[in-house]
Design a protein around this ligand. Structure first.
Ligand code: HEM
Length: 296
């Protein structure tokens, strides 16, 4: 996969990169697919300008059918990226090459399909398909911008630690907390227990995106132990201080994990828009094609 780091998203591989990895697929083979896409758009535009027809060609003309067929085939192929991401192959048709083609050929649809419509848009199923396609493309552009900005923040948020190292840090602190809580009374041990049961990697999508946990058991345990320290005396103060120190370190480690999870969720969440819109687009395309061939 070269410079690309492959991360797991619901069983599928996704191209989350470190640093400049998004450039990996955007620059793939010296922008080969950008060149193909520009050439395709240039030929389509030239053909539109050269067609000597009045009124100007629309979706129902020979030119319109040609552009419509090309657009449809491209959309079906772009949709196949979902299947391709789940298959492991390398070389000429690596995931990197495929994603590069996906992005640039996807963008070429703006020109190809707009020319196919002959600029005749209205409140009908044909324009619905067009609108949905534009939304899929816009969400794709958003995805690329997210890949551009977030990977650096992702590696900063980990403070040079890998995910297993981050988990390991929390597990070590939990073990130390368990020992440090031995001299405490039952009520205080229960407070520490709540922090030990905190599992930040199990947070749902919305909580990950928010990057916070207002009910964080560790933060609550910390506040409670600080309150108890003010009321404690003698050796108990020392034991509570040790626990507070560990809870503070755990709280900082959890904050780092939450930031990391937040950035990862933002890298993935746009696909929850891109993919459902793709299926809506295909449904609208079926309606568009059926209405063109059967009701015209
Ligand atoms: C009508 C046009 C398009 C369709 C039908 C389409 C469809 C899809 C589908 C089905 C996936 C697979 C998602 C998954 O299973 O995880 C995908 C991924 C993706 N699409 Fe599109 N797409 C289109 C246009 C675009 C455009 C124009 C861009 C960028 C400008 C783009 C960028 C991406 C990216 C970056 C991914 C994720 C690749 C990865 O995670 O490795 N798409 N698209």
């Amino acid at each position: 996969m070269g410079a690309l780091e492959v991360a797991r998203t619901g069983g599928a591989r996704t191209q989350l990169g470190e640093g400049a990895s998004h450039e990996g697929f955007l620059r793939h083979k010296s922008f080969f697919w950008l060149k193909v896409s520009v050439a395709l758009c240039a030929v389509a535009t030239l053909a539109y300008l050269l067609v000597d027809q009045q009124p100007r060609p629309s979706g129902g003309s020979f030119y319109g059918y040609a552009m419509g067929t090309l657009g449809l085939l491209l959309i079906l192929w772009l949709t196949l990226l979902g299947l391709r991401k789940r298959a492991m192959t390398s070389g000429r048709w690596s995931l990197k090459a495929w994603t590069s083609a996906h992005v640039y050929l996807g963008l070429s649809l703006v020109v190809i399909v707009t020319l196919h419509t002959g600029f005749q848009l209205g409140w009908n199923v044909h324009s619905l398909a067009y609108g949905l396609m534009m939304l899929v493309i816009l969400s794709g552009i958003y995805g690329i911008s997210v890949y551009h900005g977030l990977p650096r923040a992702l590696s900063n948020s980990r403070a040079e630690m890998t995910r297993p190292q981050m988990i390991d840090t929390v597990m070590k602190l939990d073990r130390q907390l368990q020992n440090a809580a031995q001299p405490l009374d039952q009520a205080e041990t229960l407070i520490v227990r709540r922090s030990l049961d905190d599992k930040p990697f199990r947070a749902g999508t919305l909580r990950r995106i928010s990057g916070a946990n207002a009910r964080c058991p560790t933060m609550r345990a910390l506040a409670e132990m600080r309150r108890r320290k003010a009321l404690a005396s003698g050796q108990e103060v020392e034991a509570i201080e040790t626990v507070i120190g560990l809870l503070e370190r755990k709280s900082a480690a959890l904050a780092r994990i939450r930031k990391h999870l937040q950035i990862k969720a933002l890298l993935e969440v746009w696909l929850y828009v891109h993919v459902p819109l793709t299926f809506a687009l295909i449904a609208a395309l079926v309606a568009h094609i059926v209405s063109v061939f059967f009701y015209w």
